[in-house]
Design a protein around this ligand. Sequence first.
Ligand code: ACO
Length: 324
Amino acid sequence: MNSRILGTGSYVPDRILTNADLEKMVETSDSWIVERTGIRERRLVGPGEACSDLATKAAEKALAQAGLQASQLDLIIVGTCTGDSPLPSTACLVQQRIGATRAAAFDLNAACCGFVYALALANSYVKTGLRYVLVIGAEVMSSITDWTDRNTCVLFGDGAGAVVVGKSEGEDGILSIHLHGDGDHAELIQVPGGGSRIPASEDTLNAKLQFVKMKGNETFKVAVKTMEDSVNEVLTFNHVSTDDVDVFVPHQANIRILKAVAQRLKFPLEKTVVNLDRFGNTSAASIPLALDEAVLAGRVRQGNLVLLAAFGAGLTWASGLIRW
Ligand code: ACO
């Protein structure tokens, strides 16, 4: 028995920050950002808006598309590294907001891989007896972005995407998901302060340790290699080739990473869903946001083979294959 995605939904905040806006904030240019990343603009939360607000709106759309009530959910998993606060979990806040009175709820942090990791759990839970699992990827990356650091502030955006996972009656659904991690590369992307190693203090705030630090160039190389390896892994496992894939929904970090991966895999870029030009890197939200857009645009049709691949801080990387 497979599990399958019964509905998708997404939400991005209204506020748009363009590259021209960033030119006024740090020493950068629209042409540098577009050439080096492909990003033209990103969405940012407004005052008082937090991760659970975005997650709730995406969740409600996914439930509506699935034709389900929140009270039917057994479990809610939110993939995020920028939850409303360390306690309680953002998933519990969503559970209360949507009225999922029967659902257990927890957050999962695998950085940009959060959604694919959470989808893997949902797949297992449905296969072992749960009926409906809500999986959300939601991030307010702007809350951990140093808006004076041009190396990182041009990259990230805020948003949320959600799917409802339930039983499949046929051969369709999630075929397999493959997860990986490697703490040897933990220093490539990190938020050094605010946790138990370096608790928040006046000193950590002055040193800006609450913000994401990234070795962009090294991350880029590892990203291309891990994306290529994980795509090959999921295709080989399912005895299919890149030719069999109808739609590729990758993590949206940098258009040059996606082009390099497509070239190495000899995969036509036209089959790849790209929305990073409008949203930047929304971490765990990026794949469900792109997937929902592709579904609504009619790019993902029944019977299609849909490939997912992500990488992120940890390092973590992951891939999945779905018969839609
Ligand atoms: N505007 C203008 N110049 C800039 C900017 C900017 N915004 N940012 C960096 N530069 C400069 C650098 O200072 C450097 O100048 P120097 O040569 O004088 O030192 C020059 O541009 C080149 O810098 P690189 O870092 O080598 O640029 P690169 O081509 O690698 O692009 C980038 C940087 C876009 C960050 C790229 O490395 C990248 O996308 N890396 C992957 C990031 C990623 O995918 N992260 C995903 C995980 S995020 C998560 O998990 C939460």
